[in-house]
Every structure is written in C-alpha cells, then in structure tokens.
Ligand binder design. Structure first.
Ligand code: HDE
Length: 723
C-alpha cells in the first residue's frame, strides 16, 4: 500500500514544499536536519559532540590476534556508549489520556470577520493565513493501541497566530462525561484498563467503566454519544470537531459573548460499521493514521469549516439547561452555527516524535479577544494541561520547535532543565533600571481579562440546572435515524456483554429505561438482564436537527480520496477494467487492483499466461489487503475470471464481507454472475442490471449514491437489500 500510494503522488516533493509552506513551517526549518541531503553532501555520521564516527556497526572489542577469537566488549567505547545511552532514554511518558494520536500541519483562513464579537486578530482579519498543527487521537488506549477502537476522538488544534498561540483542544463529540474537573481522574481510571490486571486495552467494554457510568448520572448524555457511530469514524477527515467547553469572545466595546467552537468536515460525517472497526483493529491498527497521510500525499487535503455558536451575555440564563454545563449541547435550532472560516490540512510532519509527540496543547492558551467562561470543567482543564506538559516534556516545553509561537516571545521566565533560548542582557527581572521588556499596555495588544463582577460564598457545588441529566440524552437518541438507533442498541449489547458482573449490566439496563424503553428492552434481552414492565421515566419525544450524522452529508457528493478495489482473476475483460480504472482515477478516488496473487493478471484471450502485453499488475492478493480496507468494490466482466472467482472461497468471502459492511459493489458482464454467486440471498437483488457498455452508468451510480446524503453512515449499494 505504501509503495502504491507513493506511486500515486499527485504533487512532486518540491512543488509540495512551495505549496504547503507557512510561517510555522519556515520557523521549523531552523531545526530541521535533512539527513538524506547531509549524507549526499559528504557529511556522514558524527557523535553528538560532532566527532566523525568511523564504524557505526561494531562495539570496540578485544580480539585474540592468534586465534581471531573475539573477547569482551570494552566499556571505554564512548561512541557505542553514547548511542546506547541515547537509545535508553528515548521514551518519554505517554500522554495520560489521548496517548495514541497523529498530527499534521495546515492553515486556517477566516472567511467572515466577526469584530461584532471579538477583537482577536485571527477572527477579524480575513487577509491572514494562520498556520495550524492538528493532532487527532483516541482517548483511552496507550500509544501503541489500534486506531479504530470504539472511543471518543480528540481533535486538538494549535493556531500559530500573530498574537501568540491559541489552542482549541476539542473532541469529535460535543459533550463530555463530567461537569466538574474534579471528576476527571475518576472517569479516566474507570475507563482505562482495570488496576489488577491491566485489561482491557483501549476498550470501554468492561465492568469498571459501566459501573462508573451508572453511578455518575451526569455521564448519561455522553455515553449515548459514545455508543453511537460517532465513536467509530471512517476517517479523521470525516468527523466533526467540537471545543466542547464554553469559551468567551469580547469585542472592542467590552461586550462579552459565550461561544462554542465547531469544525465541520467538507467530506461529511461518516463512520465504519462495528464489525469493520473490530476487524480493522487487527488488520491495520494504523488505519486512520495512514488514511490521513495517504490523502495528504495524494493532494486530497482535508478541509473543515470553522463555525461558532454565540450567546450574548444577557441571554445566559434563557435556556432550560446551563450553558456552562459541558454535558449539554446548545441545540442548533436554538443557537445556529455561524460559519466563519476554514482549515485545510496539507502537510505531514517530517518526523513524528519532535512534532506529533512533543506538541503540547493547553486550553488556557488563548489570545486577546478570546477568554474563558466559568464552565467548571474548563476551569480545571486550564490548570491540568499546563501541569501535565511539565511532567511529559519538562519545564521548558514551550521552547520546543513545534510549540514555540511564530510571534516574538520575551519575558523573565528563565533557567530550568533543557533551557534552549539564550537571552542577552544584564537583568532578568521586572521592573529594571533599563526599562528592558516592559509589559504591553492593553491599547498595544496586552491581554485583558474580562472585568467580571464577582460576589459569593465558597461552596463545593454546581448550579441548579446542572442537576438534570437525562433530557438531552433522550434528545440525542430521539434525533438519530433508525439505522443509527440500531447501531446504538448493538453497541450497548456488545459492551454490556463484556461486563460479567450482573450488578453492572443489570443496573445499566435499568438506566437505559430512563432514556428509552424500547432501547432498554432490546439491550436487556440480548445481555440477559431484567427490566421493569414499564419505563422508569417517560421519553419526552423531542428531537432536534444536526445531532444525527445523516444531517452532515458531504458538501458535494464525491468519491474523492475513497479507496476502491477492482477484483480480477485471469481472463478478466480488459475494456471493462480500464473504463472503471480510468473513471475512478479521474474522480480522484484511489483504485487498487486485487487478485488471487500479487503479480500479473492476464486478460481474456491471454489466460495461458504466455503473452503478458495486456496483463495488469495486481497491487495485493485477497488475503493481503482485505475488503475492510476499501470503501467500494468493482468487478469487471470476463467469463474465465468470473469462473475462477466463483470457485475461490477467499474471493467470495471478500465480496460477502464488503456486502455485509454495506459497501457499494458494482459489477458488469460476467462480473455480475460472480456477484450473484457470492451474495444473492433471499430478499437481495441487484439494484440495476448493468452490462459492460453501461460501465459509465455504473460508475455514476457509485459516485452519486455511495457517499451521498441518503446513505451517509454506511455507503449505499448498487445492490439493495430488504433489511
Ligand atoms: Fe483533556 N487532557 N482533559 N479533554 N484532552 C489531556 O493533556 C483533562 C477534556 C483533550 O493531542 C491531557 O496534553 C482534564 C475534554 C484532547 O495532545 C490532560 C479534563 C476534552 C487531548 C487532560 C479533560 C478534552 C487531551 C493529557 C477535565 C474535549 C489530547 C495529555 C477537566 C473538549 C491533546 C495532555 C493532544 C489531553 C486533562 C477533559 C480533549 C491530562 C483535567 C472535555 C483532544 O492534561
């Protein structure tokens, strides 16, 4: 796959550098060492102190000159010791949450200035291009865990603005498990592997997680989202991002607005089906990482619209929920999302560790014009992120190349382990007799806190409206399509089946009665729990828009960057192969040829394998790259090919599995016979009977129906089923 995707490069490396550079990339060039160029320029290996290394393969040893026998290795070999010492200390602590992730560079463009809400340059100056670095992640798994597990996805963005770094450390789900930061260690301990045996890895399907979810009722809304298809995205490029917490914007008149931040992918929101996600976790644990890099490599740069929901200060209390409660959404029919910008991700890091692993986000990093609310979760986060970076990266973490701002930095924070910057001058304090480095008055861009009036008594509690925990859980569930509801039911059935303590699954089924009785009944039936004869709490029946992912279709129906497998065996029809192959490429999708072997596959008339002039090279064989790795399949005609495929259990499984995962399957000519042999079951029929002269039509069907609105989560099929 790698070799192939590189062969598919749309953009040459040099052109890519010119197209994707920005102020931050230029800043990083200062630290970038081009090792390939260094070797070519005759700069071979040296020690870290710069001495040329004569031999990078052999430790210094004693050799017996008579027998030629090798004796002990010598501790005195400072060159070998340095190499091993450096290696011994390569690891740093992984992130305590969100350890597994991948990052890429991009840029943000403001499309609509909003001076009515804020003074922030990044949100008022449409002529700017602001460099960004985004890290996507899962939450619970450790650094080496699989990409496609059921979990919330992190979506953290660092904006390198002219006024300093601004971080939106968000998720792909708009709410959270807890209302108060003090509960964070508990929810994470409950979700991470259990303490006695460190099992299970990267899963919420265990007793402790669901025990906590039941007892901690404010998690109810969030766990409904976590059991939905949002927690198994098809791609980082096809999921939303949410700042989750309530931030504030302040304008030049000193008026303050509450704000929530949104990222909406141009490609629409799509998910895997659970069986696919499970299989991919084993077949390709790097599936999402590679998907992102493959798209960027091929010039299919992911684009997200940037939106805000804004509530003026005076309207803070107009809602039946508290707008500072991170377990609640601001329903979009009450507070619409205003689109004001877009972000394009267009460049992979040069090296994973210094960029993706060392990037460090902080919710407390905002720029003038943007501020915090009293959201008690956000207040705690503002403390936690800064603190964790000190453990992970050391006191001087903000000096690391990926973290340093592109604007000037000057202050008297000094010293500490691994200080890089060298500051000239005789003073390191303020005020000083030379007037060096005075603070900036607000009129000259100094950060100003909103002058909020405060009065009160110290208490350990949250606001009154924080106590309601079920309304929005119901609102979310009610707003899903039937397909999504079924997936939620199946997700609970899977998770609770993995809980072997009856207290846990019995109680959780009771909790589901508080949300939706039919849901509770279906899950209880599967997992062997008992529930009351009637709902414990009636479903209010309300729905709202833009919670279902069906409400986020692609902006334009497209198969751009989708992976399509063309299935062939010897004797395939070359014409119907070529038409589809060309059409797929022309639509900027990525065709892969899959056959019984990775090698030449011979077309009709050349089945004897003597003339290879018309042969096509298969990229992979059926067991090498499974159907799970593709979005759609296409089977060209050819009698012999169809006979071979029909006789192959692997080929049949390939098509059946893709069919079971609700993928589009197109076939023409004798390819249709194979398709029918493989998957025509009672109640299943071909949507259209195509012949090879209709390949174009078939392709049209793939384009418009595969990833369009109707079949948003699952793709559609040239075949239809009665389910
Ligand atoms: Fe985080 N979270 N979090 N979190 N979080 C971290 O910071 C924390 C929360 C999120 O790609 C840690 O640098 C507390 C909500 C992302 O590097 C840590 C609370 C949301 C990332 C931390 C929350 C997030 C983190 C671990 C409750 C969605 C990965 C490593 C008060 C809006 C960032 C690190 C990356 C990472 C603390 C809740 C998103 C320990 C205390 C809500 C995307 O500081």
């Amino acid at each position: 796959m790698e070799a192939l995707s590189h062969a598919k490069h749309a953009v040459t490396e040099k052109a890519h550098d010119v197209m994707t550079t920005n102020a931050k990339i230029q800043d990083l060039q200062r630290d970038t060492q081009d090792t390939v160029k260094a070797t070519n320029d005759g700069v071979g290996q040296t020690t870290d102190h710069g001495v040329k290394i004569p031999d990078a393969d052999h430790w210094l040893k004693i050799v017996n000159p008579e027998t030629g026998r090798i004796g002990p290795a010598l501790l005195e070999d400072q060159i070998a010791r340095e190499k091993i010492h450096s290696f011994d200390h390569e690891r740093i602590p992984e992130r305590v949450v969100h350890a597994r992730g991948t990052g890429v560079h991009g840029y943000f463009k403001l499309t609509r200035a909003i001076p009515e809400y804020t003074t922030a340059g990044v949100l008022t100056d449409t002529s700017r291009t602001t460099p960004t670095f985004v890290r996507f992640s899962t939450v619970l798994g450790s650094r080496g865990s699989a990409d496609t597990v059921r979990d919330v996805r992190g979506f953290a963005t660092k904006f390198y603005t002219e006024e300093g770094n601004w971080d939106i450390v968000g998720n792909n789900i708009p709410v959270f498990f807890i209302q108060d930061a003090m509960k964070f260690p508990d929810v994470i301990h409950a979700g991470k592997p259990e303490p006695h045996n460190e099992v299970p890895q990267a899963q919420t399907a265990h007793n402790n997680f669901w025990d906590f979810q039941f007892l901690h009722t404010e998690a109810t809304h969030m766990f409904m989202w976590a059991m939905s298809d949002r927690a198994i995205p098809r791609s980082y490029r096809m999921m939303q991002g949410f700042g989750v917490n309530t931030f504030t914007l302040t304008n030049a008149q000193g008026e303050r607005f509450f704000v929530k931040f949104h990222w909406i992918p141009e490609l629409g929101v799509h998910s895997l089906v659970w069986d696919e996600a499970l299989k991919l976790a084993g077949q390709d644990p790097d599936f999402h990482r590679k998907d992102l890099l493959e798209a960027i490599d091929n010039g299919a740069y992911p684009l997200y619209r940037f939106g805000i929901q804004v509530i003026p200060e005076a309207k803070e209390h107009d809602f039946d929920f508290d707008i500072l409660d991170a377990t609640k959404v601001w329903p979009e029919d009450l507070v619409p999302v205003e689109i004001i910008g877009e972000m394009v991700l267009n460049r992979a890091p040069d090296e994973f560790f210094p960029e993706t692993e060392q990037v460090a986000f902080c919710t407390s990093h905002v720029v003038p014009g943007i501020g915090f609310s009293d959201d008690p979760l956000l207040q705690g986060r503002n403390f936690s992120y800064f603190d964790t970076q000190i453990t992970r990266l050391g006191k001087n973490w903000q000096e690391l190349p990926i973290n340093r701002p592109v604007c000037p930095v000057m202050n008297f924070n000094r010293d500490g382990a691994l200080r890089h910057r060298i500051s000239k001058g005789t003073v390191n304090y303020w005020p000083n007799r030379m007037g060096v480095a005075p603070p900036h008055p607000v009129a000259q861009g100094g950060f100003i806190e909103f002058q909020q009036k405060m009065a009160g008594i110290k208490v350990r509690m949250n606001g009154e409206k924080f106590k309601e925990h079920y309304n929005q859980a119901q609102l979310f569930y009610n707003s899903l399509s039937e397909t999504e509801k079924l997936h939620v039911t199946n997700a609970f059935a899977f998770e609770l089946d993995h809980c072997d303590d009856p207290i846990v699954y019995e109680r959780m089924c009771l909790r589901l009665c508080d949300i939706d009785y039919d849901l509770a009944r279906a899950v209880a039936e599967k997992v062997g729990a008992s529930i009351p004869d009637a709902p414990t709490r009636p479903n209010h029946g309300k729905t709202t828009t833009r919670l279902s992912q069906f409400d986020f279709p692609p902006e334009k129906p497209t198969i751009k960057s989708r992976r399509i497998a063309i299935i062939i065996a010897d004797g395939f029809n070359k014409a119907s192969f070529e038409v589809a192959h060309k059409a797929i490429k022309a639509a900027s999708a990525v065709p892969f040829v899959i056959g019984p072997r990775r090698g030449k596959i011979y077309p009709e008339g050349a089945e004897d394998r003597k003339d290879d002039s018309g042969a096509v090279q298969a990229d992979h064989h059926f067991e090498g790259l499974r159907s799970t790795m593709f979005d759609a399949l296409y089977i060209p005609g050819g009698l012999q090919s169809s006979i071979i495929l029909s006789a192959s259990g692997r080929a049949i499984h390939y098509v059946r599995e893709a069919f079971g995962h609700l993928k589009t399957i197109g076939a023409v000519g004798e390819g249709v016979d194979f398709l029918k042999n493989a998957v025509i079951l009672p109640g299943v029929e071909l949507a259209e009977d195509l012949n090879s002269s209709e390949v174009k039509v078939s392709y049209g069907v793939v384009t418009q129906r595969t990833f369009g609105k109707d079949d948003n989560t699952v793709g559609s099929m040239v075949m239809s089923t009665t389910k």
